[in-house]
Design a protein around this ligand. Sequence first.
Ligand SMILES: [Zn+2]
Length: 229
Amino acid sequence: MPTTPSNGAIEEIKERLNILDIITPEVSLRKTGRNFTGLCPFHAEKTPSFVVFPDKGNYHCFGCGASGDIFAFVMKVQGMGFGEALKMLAQRAGVALPERRADAANEDQKRTRLRDINAAAAQYFHNLLLRSDAGRVARDYLQRRGVNAQTIEGFQLGYSMDSWNALEKYLTGKGYERAELVEAGLLVEREGTEGYDRFRNRLVFPIRDARETSPASERAPSTIPRRNT
Ligand SMILES: [Zn+2]
């Protein structure tokens, strides 16, 4: 469960932070009367229809309709959830948030664990692509498509075996529970079956959280299916 701080903290953050300081790193603004205008960061445009109202502490785009306060802006531009945006802006404003509840801490722990699982899976797929005999077909395919080693490393591309349980075996061998693999989206469970690996005989492109660069930060790998063989 996300924390629900009193509106007091939110109001105080908005009071202490100037919306212009939050928006100008992302949008170059020009003063027009009491307000500021710039090119909208949320849709492509050549004439500015994005307006910031410092007095009200909000913004509105007359092109795409995007609008909101500093929280909405940060969430949208950084791809953050409300909790993360709140934490970041509270820190910046020097506002202490109410104590986190125990279930929020548990939630954090679970998220960390899911990230670790996805990171382990991404590394496993990556090693298969780089080194396994089974991965040769995928390596050849990438080479034909002009994808070089640097890109493969940089994006930690991977290959999943043509197997129903290779990843499951690998991850349960590392001590993860099957239920966790299901939750991480790596194992598909069907009633009355053992469950099976979601990613089979594919190139794997891990999707990373742009704000966290450590290798242990992958979200669920997504895949682009290879041509059927
Ligand atoms: Zn817009």
